[in-house]
Design a protein around this ligand. Structure first.
Ligand code: TYD
Length: 211
């Protein structure tokens, strides 16, 4: 599949395990970009659109079983609609799209976590998104035990993915690191066990030349 150019905007995604601190870094980065005068669209998957909110509810909170392929297709459906109706139009207007999770989440969680074929999951996502890839992907890397400890302090209940056992999350983390190693140009890997401000400074330094 040919990958399409992102237009005049800048597409930044944040990735990492549950509890790795993505939301904190997204908020700091958003404020920094706004201070620089950029128009920022902050969004997320799953659930960045009205239809996506309904898909998110099913995929994260459905009480019964959801088969792995059905789960992969639900994330892909959310992505297809989100990219077509929100992400691409914002990039075409020259805006910065700052997005919590994208196709690397599917490759890590449905590919490695659910043990589906990683290449097929990537192709499914690229089909859904008509080839759109981020300009920069920030991977917040944190060991499983620390991530779980952080989640425990911020959650009253776990969603379907968070509730998976530690081997699942260890596979997800390893898959993310493999993805980053395979595409060093696109990825910035940050050690998420460090203080929040240090991490934010690393991210700003990497982004500055592209703004
Ligand atoms: P997230 O919004 O980060 O959760 P929270 O709001 O609780 O911080 O992500 C929801 C979950 O969905 C997370 O466990 C990862 C999972 N996920 C996938 O398994 N595949 C995907 O393609 C995406 C986008 C998310």
């Amino acid at each position: 599949m040919t990958e399409q150019h992102n237009g005049p905007g800048l597409f930044i995604t944040l990735e990492g395990g549950d509890g790795s601190g993505k939301s904190t870094q997204a908020a700091l980065l958003e404020q920094w970009l706004i201070d620089l005068g950029r128009t920022v669209v902050r969004t997320r998957e799953p659930g960045g659109t009205d239809a996506g909110v309904e898909i998110r509810e099913i995929v994260l909170h459905h009480r019964g079983d959801i088969s792995p392929r059905a789960e992969a297709l639900l994330y892909a459906a959310d992505r297809a609609h989100h990219v077509a109706t929100l992400v691409r139009p914002a990039l075409a207007r020259g805006e910065v799209v700052l997005q919590d999770r994208y196709l690397d989440s599917s490759v890590a969680y449905q590919g490695a976590g659910r043990v589906l074929d990683a290449d097929e999951i990537r192709r499914l996502s690229l089909w859904a998104a008509e080839g759109l890839l981020p300009d920069l992907t920030i991977l917040l890397d944190l060991d499983e035990t620390s991530a779980r400890a952080r989640l425990d302090t911020s959650r009253t209940r776990y969603d379907r993915l968070e509730a998976e056992k530690s081997e699942f999350h260890a596979r997800v983390r390893a898959a993310y690191l493999d993805l980053a190693a395979a595409e060093p140009e696109r990825f910035l890997v940050v050690d998420a066990s460090r203080p929040v401000e240090e991490i934010a400074a690393d991210i700003r330094q990497r982004l500055a030349p592209r703004l």
